[in-house]
Design a protein around this ligand. Structure first.
Ligand SMILES: NC(=O)c1ccc[n+]([C@@H]2O[C@H](COP(=O)([O-])OP(=O)(O)OC[C@H]3O[C@@H](n4cnc5c(N)ncnc54)[C@H](OP(=O)(O)O)[C@@H]3O)[C@@H](O)[C@H]2O)c1
Length: 328
């Protein structure tokens, strides 16, 4: 039997992608074949498919770092045919064929039974972006962040991670200052629960090694100057969760915020998050953190056949929230 997949290859040193029919593979020990219902396009997928970042360990490969659907067959007794499941990170769509396909075969250790409160479509609307936002909040809270300590800044707020971080923090009672370079998304971010929506310029961050303390924490998706500036304004013992590099992978810093204010810079890496933590964070999302207006985070839903133009839309910052892929 064959199935459709978005294959990425490198030909004469140039990365290219196309939809192609693939042969269904045979199950080895402790593996699961999933009939994929939904996936979502993440910034990392766009970088990989368009050859703008070194995402894949080999070519050709099927792209897509997350997926959700139904178990077609399993050689592992934790899963049976018909179970609803999801996979994100772990190497999916990076070192093994990923989620932009009608089927995928993965190690059973990567598979999460669909948490209570979620279904494949909702799980992939949340996807790696929403999972990473929840993981960042988990990191902040494990480092003693509390809503009464003051506002949390979310950068790149109108993107996938930013939309979920804004909504989830607000659900948990935090005051959220959403930072967006696109004024047009102000009302959207207010509807996600932001108390204030500002442009990076309106923050007036200053350039001294330490500036006045204004924010209790940050969830940063963009890196670069914005991250450099925000770290100088964090309250005593506040936290900065470092997620992304949409603007720049570099930033400038001194040790003063850390050694004079006890500020922590917390790493967030969804791809290799250990399974017990990954599973716990997904359960929490299902129970507590699904945005009430989650449908408005879906910029659009596309069929696998219509996926091609979406990667540029993401890197050219023309989307909002999430682009959902219907793989059926
Ligand atoms: N560490 C992890 O495990 C992990 C997991 C998921 C994603 N990420 C990273 O986190 C970042 C956000 O991911 P995402 O899926 O939310 O991507 P996304 O949907 O494309 O959102 C990124 C947002 O960042 C802002 N932005 C984009 N380009 C910018 C630029 N040149 N300068 C300043 N701001 C810019 C935009 O927000 P505004 O227009 O509102 O300013 C954009 O919507 C990416 O760097 C991604 O690689 C990391």
């Amino acid at each position: 039997m064959t199935f459709l997949a978005c294959r990425v290859d490198e030909v004469d040193g140039k990365v290219c992608f196309d939809l192609a029919q693939q042969e269904e593979q045979i199950l080895a020990e402790n593996e699961v074949i999933i009939d994929i219902e939904f996936s979502g396009i993440n910034f990392k997928d766009a970088l990989g498919v368009l050859g703008k970042g070194k995402i894949y360990t080999h070519y050709p490969i099927t792209a897509g770092i997350d997926c959700a659907g139904v178990v077609e067959s399993s050689s592992d007794n934790r899963f049976k045919t018909g179970d609803r499941v999801l996979v994100n990170g772990c190497g999916l769509g990076e070192n093994q064929d990923g989620g932009f396909a009608q089927k995928v075969k993965v190690p059973a250790d990567w598979v999460i039974k669909m948490p209570e409160g979620l279904d494949p479509r909702t799980a992939m609307t949340i996807g790696t972006a929403g999972f990473t936002a929840a993981l960042a909040i988990d990191r902040l809270e494990q480092n003693d962040q509390k809503p009464d300590q003051g506002p949390i800044v979310v950068t790149g707020a109108s993107g996938g991670v930013g939309s979920f971080a804004t909504s989830m923090l607000s659900t948990l009672g935090y005051e959220v200052i959403a930072i967006t370079g696109r004024e047009v998304h102000k009302d959207y971010l207010l509807s996600m629960g932001a108390s204030e929506v500002l442009s990076p310029e309106a923050l007036k961050l200053g350039s001294r090694p330490l500036e006045s303390t204004r924010f209790a924490g940050v969830i940063d998706n963009v890196g670069g100057d914005l991250l450099s500036g925000l770290i100088r304004h964090i309250h005593l013992w506040g936290n900065v969760a470092c997620i992304g590099m949409a603007a720049d992978h570099r930033y400038q810093a001194t040790v003063f915020p850390q050694i004079l204010r006890g500020v922590s810079l917390l790493g967030v890496s969804s791809a290799n998050c250990p399974m017990p933590r990954r599973s716990r964070v997904w359960q929490r999302i299902g129970k507590q953190l699904i945005p009430k207006n989650i449908q408005s985070i879906v910029d659009k839903e596309v069929a696998l056949n219509d996926i091609a133009p979406c990667f540029n839309e993401i890197l050219e910052r023309r989307h909002r929230g999430r682009i959902l892929v219907n793989c059926r």
